[in-house]
Design a protein around this ligand. Structure first.
Ligand code: Z5A
Length: 209
């Protein structure tokens, strides 16, 4: 009998170090004999990757409305959850997501301040209660995270949203962590090795549960 896999979501502002810790988590899980599939949001399927291109970029004088941004994030998520995440979990594989639903709650809900009841309705339509088994939230001061992101190159459309936007997104993330027992807070202002060590400790604990 195949036991269903687990879905681990890694969340945080830009430059928090999500990509960096995901490879460490993958390594620990593989050493425990687990098959691991990596996903990213928005993206992770051919159609969702096309949506990613669409939503991250500037459209010159054409304003990307908050409604469009929200709908595209959930459209991409629907494609990914139904075509990749659920089938992989059913095969017994574990999925590590570079961002998931909390990104929309933090960025569109907190950052853009879209109407909460509309957001919740779109979320319910898309996910129908599907959630991550474990969410690791990497907390970083937005100014520090954006500086890390900037050092890699020019900021994209969403990254140019301003510090107040990212402060609101961070506040939403902190509230979500406080409200969910299956979430873990990680101080991502520490050095890379220390952040990785903290994350690995939590993963090993999760594996023992
Ligand atoms: N978005 C949204 O609005 N709504 C949604 O529902 C979803 C997403 C799903 C996705 O862009 C954008 O879409 C994102 C949110 C929005 N936009 N914004 N703004 P993305 O996937 O391209 O961006 P990201 O997820 O934020 O990735 P990132 O910038 O690459 O961040 P990261 O993966 O957390 O960081 P990293 O690549 O591991 O590290 C960044 C740099 O910092 C790198 O040079 C590292 O070597 C360095 N680093 C990492 N950790 C440390 C530590 N601890 N100390 C020092 N330096 C470090």
């Amino acid at each position: 009998m195949i036991t269903a896999g687990k879905f681990i979501a890694v969340e945080g502002l830009e430059g928090a170090g999500k990509s960096t810790v995901i490879s460490a988590i993958k390594h620990v899980l593989q050493q425990a004999g687990i098959n691991v599939v990596l996903t990213r949001e928005p993206g992770g399927t051919p159609m969702a990757e096309a949506i990613r291109e669409c939503v991250k970029h500037d459209w010159q004088d054409e304003k990307v409305t908050e409604q469009t941004e929200l709908l595209l994030m959930y459209a991409a998520r629907s494609q990914l959850v139904e075509n990749t995440i659920k089938p992989q979990l059913a095969l017994g594989n574990w999925v590590i997501g570079d961002r998931h639903d909390w990104s929309s709650l933090a960025y569109q809900g907190g950052g853009r301040q879209v109407n909460q009841s509309h957001l919740m309705a779109i979320r319910e339509l898309t996910l129908q209660g599907f959630t991550a088994d474990l969410t690791l939230y990497l907390d970083i001061d937005p100014a520090v995270g954006l500086e890390r992101a900037r050092s890699r190159g020019e900021l994209d459309r969403i990254e140019q949203s301003g510090l107040a936007f990212f402060e609101r997104a961070r506040a939403t993330y902190l509230q979500l962590v406080a409200e969910h027992d299956e979430a873990v807070f990680v101080d991502a202002s520490q050095g890379v090795e220390q952040v990785k060590e903290t994350v690995i400790h939590h993963i090993q604990h999760f594996l023992q549960d």
